[in-house]
Ligand binder design. Structure first.
Ligand SMILES: *Cc1c(COP(=O)(O)O)cnc(C)c1O
Length: 434
C-alpha cells in the first residue's frame, strides 16, 4: 500500500518539484485540468503589463521594430521547436489550432495531388474519436476537393487503409478523450511506405510528452498554445512543416504577413520562404507575449532533464493515480479507461463509472471541483456507451502536480462517492463548458 507519507517523500526527493513556483495557483486547488487550460505562470501578468504600458502605451507603433513584435512568432516558434524535435526556423506561432490545421491539411492535399499523377489518392483517413474540430476541418476540405474522409473506430483498422488511394493520414498523437498515444514514428513510416503524407495534431503532446518530429520524419504538425504550453485562454497555436515541404506551396490563407515582402505592398502574393508563409495576418501581440511566458515554464526544465525528465515524472504520476483510483475506488464502480501501457499513454488518466453510476459522471466531477479537485467531464457516445463511455478526465502536468496531489485527488473522489455528494441538485446542472 502506498501511503500519503510515501507520496510526500516522493515529492521531497523530486528535483522537478520546485518548478511549481513558476505558477500562480490558488491555495487549496488541485489543478488536474492543465490538459484543457494550462495554469497561469507568475511571469505572465508582469510581461503582459509591460507590453501594454511600455511597448504599446509609450513606444506605440515603434514597438513593431524596437520591441521585436515582428519576430515574436518565429522566436516563440523556435522555443516550441525545442520541445517537439524541430530545428530553428521550422516552427511558427499563428492563429488557432483549427485554422492551422486547415492550412497544413490543404498544403498536404496539394502536394499529394501534384505528386500523384494518376489522381488516385482521394482519401483522408482519421479516427472517429479525434477531436471534433479536426474532423470538421477535414470534412470541409474533403468536400472542397471532392475527396472522401474515412474515419476508423479502432486503430487496428488503419493498416488496411494505407494503400494507393490514401492521400493524408491525419491523427492527433494523444487522444483528447482517452489519453491514448500513437507511435508517431512507426505510423508515419507505414503511411510513407504507402506513398501518403501525415498530419499530426500535437494539442495533447507539445509540453506533455517528448516529441521528435524530425526523428519521426513527420510531414506536418500543428498544436495548441493554451493547454500544456500554459499560454493562457485562447493563446495562439503553432505550425510545423518538414523543410522538404515548407517551400512547396502557398497555404490557402495567403495573407499579407505571410508574404515575402509585406511592406512592399505589391498587388500579387509571393510567399515568404519556409514556415513564415504559414502566418496569415497581424499576430495578436498581447496573447503571443503571454504564450512565451508559458513556453518558458517548460524550457525551465531543460537543466533538469527537459521533456524526458518531465515525461518520467508524468508517467509515475499517472501510474500512481490510476493504481490508487482502482485500489481505493474500484469497489465503488470506478475503472481506469486510459491505457496502462506507458508507451501508449499521454499525460492524463481517464476514469469511467460503472452503471448505474455512469449517469452521475458529470455530477461527480462537479462535486470534485467543489472540493477543489479540478478535472473535467467528457461525454461519451450515447449510442455506443459500452465502447465510448462518459469520462472523468484528469490531466497530470508534472510542472506543478506532485505525488501527494495524486493521492489527495483519489481521496476526494472516494469521499464524493461514499458520501454520494454527487446527488446534490446543483452538481447536476450542466454548464456550457464541461
Ligand atoms: C484543444 C484541441 C484543439 C483546439 O482547437 P482550437 O482551434 O484552439 O479551438 C484542436 N485539436 C485538438 C486535438 C485539441 O485537443
Amino acid at each position: 500500500m502506498t501511503t500519503r507519507q510515501d507520496c510526500l517523500a516522493l515529492d521531497a526527493a523530486d528535483p522537478l518539484a520546485r518548478l511549481k513556483d513558476q505558477f500562480s495557483l490558488p491555495a487549496g486547488t488541485l489543478y488536474l485540468d492543465g490538459n484543457s487550460l494550462g495554469a497561469m505562470p507568475k511571469a505572465t501578468a508582469a510581461r503582459v503589463q509591460q507590453v501594454i504600458a511600455q511597448e504599446w502605451g509609450t513606444d506605440l507603433i515603434k514597438s513593431w521594430n524596437t520591441a521585436g513584435w515582428m519576430d515574436l512568432p518565429s522566436r516563440i516558434g523556435d522555443k516550441i521547436g525545442r520541445l517537439i524535435g524541430a530545428a530553428p526556423g521550422e516552427t511558427i506561432v499563428a492563429d488557432s489550432t483549427s485554422l492551422n490545421l486547415y492550412k497544413v491539411l490543404s498544403a498536404a492535399l496539394r502536394i499529394v495531388a501534384t505528386d500523384d499523377a494518376g489522381g488516385r489518392r482521394r482519401v483522408i483517413v482519421s479516427e472517429r474519436s479525434n477531436f471534433p474540430t479536426d474532423l470538421y476541418i477535414a470534412e470541409s476540405l474533403a468536400e472542397q476537393h471532392g475527396m472522401t474522409l474515412t474515419l476508423v473506430d479502432d486503430v487496428a483498422e488503419i493498416p488496411a487503409l494505407l494503400n494507393d488511394r490514401l492521400a493524408v493520414l491525419m491523427l492527433t498523437e494523444v487522444n483528447y478523450r482517452t489519453g491514448r498515444k500513437h507511435d508517431m514514428k512507426a505510423v508515419t513510416a507505414a503511411a510513407h511506405a504507402a506513398g501518403a503524407l501525415t498530419v499530426w495534431d500535437l494539442a495533447h503532446s507539445a509540453g506533455a510528452i517528448p516529441v521528435d518530429l524530425n526523428g519521426a520524419d513527420a510531414d506536418f504538425a500543428i498544436g495548441c498554445g493554451y493547454k500544456y504550453l500554459n499560454g493562457g485562454p485562447g493563446a495562439p497555436a503553432f505550425v510545423w512543416a518538414h523543410p522538404r515541404h515548407a517551400d512547396r506551396f502557398w497555404q490557402p490563407l495567403s495573407g499579407w504577413l505571410g508574404h515575402a515582402a509585406p511592406f512592399q505592398f505589391t498587388a500579387n502574393y509571393r510567399p515568404a520562404a519556409g514556415i513564415k508563409r504559414y502566418i496569415c495576418g497581424t499576430p495578436a501581440i498581447l496573447s503571443t507575449a503571454a504564450l512565451e511566458c508559458g513556453v518558458d515554464t517548460l524550457l525551465a526544465a531543460e537543466p533538469l532533464g527537459g521533456m524526458a525528465a518531465l515525461r518520467e515524472k508524468s508517467l509515475a504520476l499517472t501510474a500512481l493515480f490510476a493504481r490508487l483510483a482502482e485500489e481505493r475506488c474500484g469497489g465503488l464502480g470506478v475503472r481506469v479507461v486510459s491505457p496502462r501501457d506507458p508507451a501508449q499513454r499521454g499525460s492524463q488518466v481517464c476514469l469511467a463509472l460503472a452503471a448505474p453510476l455512469e449517469d452521475a459522471s458529470y455530477a461527480v466531477v462537479q462535486a470534485l471541483i467543489e472540493r477543489g479537485v479540478i478535472g473535467d467531464f467528457r461525454a461519451g457516445d450515447a449510442t455506443r456507451l459500452d465502447q465510448v463511455p462518459h469520462i472523468l478526465r484528469f490531466g497530470f502536468t508534472p510542472l506543478y502536480i506532485g505525488f501527494a496531489d495524486a493521492w489527495d485527488a483519489v481521496e476526494h473522489l472516494h469521499q464524493v462517492l461514499v458520501n454520494e455528494e454527487w446527488r446534490e441538485a446543483r452538481f447536476n446542472q450542466k454548464a456550457a463548458v464541461t
